[in-house]
Design a protein around this ligand. Structure first.
Ligand code: AHM
Length: 335
């Protein structure tokens, strides 16, 4: 049999990327591969969501007398257990948990990186079989090696990210991640159980034709936001409007479409929620890092998301993200 093949697995790709830097240790690549492994475990369970009684509330007991686990808690546990055994992860913070978890064994105390994640974003979409995802961020810790990591390691601004990305559990399962070198997408090849490079060097178009926002909240929007929506819906053929409106209500799915097709995704501040809904450290920073690496923009409406100094782990910020021209136009209306 001819061993020649066109597939490049995530592992092979990250090793190749490491080789571009003679002094690189490969530890960051190892963490990316570990996240890939945890997400394959999550994917296996997501695929079974309609078959087994996994949608019950946490704490229920199934017919075998086993405790049922909600899918988002399963995902959280999968990521924590894989990263605890990882070669270079000093601790994690998860959207599911109030506080970060420092791994306090001797090996982890000497590990260089911390990982933040939203284990199963958009989990309200599980019941309707729409796409959901895992979002992750990797920072180099700022506290000294040899000690347990502290909150300071997790409260770094997005401009200090080493890598970030997401896994989308959709019509196919994909991992998309960014480093400062760019954005690459890997599709899970079920027959070999590996993420394989399918979308190299992804770029977000400067201009798209889709706006994505929960328009049902319009009554709470500020005037600038309402005017931008009028602009999106305006009949102006020369300028390519009206734009189409698409909103899945699962950030990973809405961002994946925005990255591939161009467009703008917005979760704004409104009259009731001064900081919007989405979390800076678990959703907005990783997506903005990825979007910027693909040529797009991520803004709070008043400043670059990556430059916001986080003050608490579960902090929320408004977000305007996507194609450069469309985000800049939205900001003209809302600033
Ligand atoms: P979650 O943390 O409860 O999953 O909420 C996050 C999700 C995002 O995936 C999505 O963009 C947003 O909430 C949708 O919110 P809404 O239903 O208010 O439009």
């Amino acid at each position: 049999m001819n061993p020649k093949r066109n597939l490049m697995t995530l592992d092979e790709f990250t090793i190749q990327e490491t080789r571009k830097f003679p002094n690189a240790t490969g530890n960051l690549s190892a963490i990316l591969r570990d996240i890939g492994l945890a997400c394959k475990i999550i994917n296996k369970q997501v695929l079974k969501a309609g078959l087994v009684d996994i949608l019950g509330k946490h704490g229920n007991t199934n017919v075998q007398g086993e405790e049922q686990m909600k899918l988002d808690i399963f995902a959280d546990d999968a990521l924590i257990s894989v990263l605890k055994g990882s070669a270079d992860c000093a601790g994690i913070a998860s959207e599911e948990n109030d506080d970060f978890v420092a791994f306090d064994d001797e090996y982890s105390k000497n590990s260089k990186y911390v990982v933040l994640f939203d284990p199963l974003d958009g989990s309200s979409n599980i019941d309707v079989n729409a796409s959901i995802g895992t979002i992750f961020s990797i920072y180099k810790r700022v506290t000294p090696l040899g000690t347990v990591c502290t909150e300071e390691d997790f409260l770094q601004p997005g401009n200090k990210l080493m890598a970030a990305g997401y896994v989308i559990y959709g019509s196919s399962t994909m991992m998309v991640y960014a480093t400062k070198l760019g954005v690459n997408g890997f599709t899970l090849e079920p027959s070999i159980g590996e993420f394989c490079l399918s979308h190299p060097d992804m770029k977000c178009a400067e201009q798209g034709k889709i706006y994505s926002i929960n328009q049902g909240n319009s009554c709470k929007f500020h005037d600038g936001m309402k005017s931008f929506l009028d602009y999106c819906m305006e009949d102006n053929k020369e300028e390519g409007r009206p734009y189409s409106h698409r909103y899945i209500g699962s950030m990973v799915a809405d961002m994946h479409r925005t990255l591939i097709k161009g467009g703008i995704f917005i979760y704004p501040a409104d009259k009731k929620n001064a900081n919007g809904k989405l979390r800076l450290q678990y959703e907005c920073n990783p997506m903005s890092f990825l979007m910027e690496a693909a040529g797009g923009i991520g803004s709070t409406g008043t400043e670059r998301i990556l430059d916001v100094t986080p003050t608490e782990l579960h902090q929320r910020v408004p977000i305007y993200i996507g194609s450069k021209n469309m985000v800049e136009k939205a900001l003209e209306f809302v600033k």
